[in-house]
Write a protein that binds this ligand. Structure first.
Ligand code: SAM
Length: 256
């Protein structure tokens, strides 16, 4: 995947930081020695961890140099490392692995979750949030546009289609044997968006990115125009012209 743009991602910082707040609120750890923010992005989720665990060593990990640059500027006292979660292993005394909005990008992510959970000390926590929105209109429209345009046969564009998450029972079956306690839930947010273009801007900072990055500038414009038109038809304006972006998310808190 191409580098992510921290600037684009942070256009909706308040809305994007609500799920990590909700996730962290359910982490049953009073103290932590070392905390790692997996897929830390521009440091918005890392800042929450620093606030909650001021005594801990808080480390942010991401594969994107642009995200890491932004995170280092925001939190100069924290350590940030460039790594791929798929192959990374926590150091000893890591009490919390926190992963907000990243595991949906990892192939075979349940195997990675299992490996990381097994690497935690007794009482350590793995806390994960993933968008569970592949059946929502905004997502279906990405797939439809990707399958209809001149880019339809581009293998990179085809690979950008994100598969549905498995049901909660699958996570329970595969993670529960490795932990003493597990909490799995969904929250559906309804983000108030100013216009169809605002919804497009939101997804340009996340799930549209893998569709757009293989395309040249002209093809990107075409892709975005077709997507904007679909979004304008898919979301009904409210009385004040605003649109509600329905956004289901899956949360997992597992205690080793
Ligand atoms: C949607 S952002 C989440 C940012 C932040 N955690 C938050 O709560 O808003 C996902 C981040 O995961 C990173 N990422 C994606 N795949 C990764 C991987 N395999 N290893 C490490 N980071 C990854 C991306 O670069 C991006 O910064």
């Amino acid at each position: 995947m191409d580098d992510w743009s921290a600037r684009q991602y942070l256009k909706f910082e308040d809305e994007r930081t609500r799920p990590p707040r909700d996730l962290l609120a359910q982490v049953p750890l009073a103290r932590a020695r070392r905390v790692v923010d997996l897929g830390c992005g521009p440091g918005n989720s890392t800042a929450l961890l620093v606030e909650r665990y001021p005594q801990a060593e808080v480390i942010g990990l991401d594969s994107s140099p642009d995200m890491l640059r932004q995170a280092r500027e925001r939190l100069p006292a924290c350590k940030f490392v460039q790594a791929d979660i798929a192959t990374w292993t926590p150091e000893s005394a890591t009490d919390l692995l926190f992963a907000n909005a990243v595991f949906q990008w990892l192939p075979d992510h349940i195997a990675v979750l299992r490996r990381l959970l097994e690497a935690l000390p007794a009482g350590g926590v793995l806390a994960v949030q993933m968008p569970d929105n592949t059946r929502e209109p905004a997502h279906l429209a990405q797939r439809e546009v990707s399958e209809a345009g001149p880019w339809a046969d581009d293998p990179d564009v085809r690979a950008a289609v994100r598969p549905d998450l498995p049901p909660p029972e699958t996570y329970y079956d595969l993670l529960r044997p490795l932990c003493t306690r597990i909490d799995i839930w969904h929250t559906i947010y309804n983000h108030v968006m100013a216009s169809p273009q605002a919804i497009v801007e939101w997804f340009k900072g996340s799930s549209l990115q893998p569709f757009l990055s293989p395309l040249d500038a002209a093809a990107r414009q075409k892709f975005l125009a077709a997507y904007t038109e679909k979004i304008a038809h898919a979301y009904r304006p409210c009385f004040d012209g605003k649109l509600l972006l329905r956004f289901p998310r899956l949360f997992i808190v597992a205690v080793r």
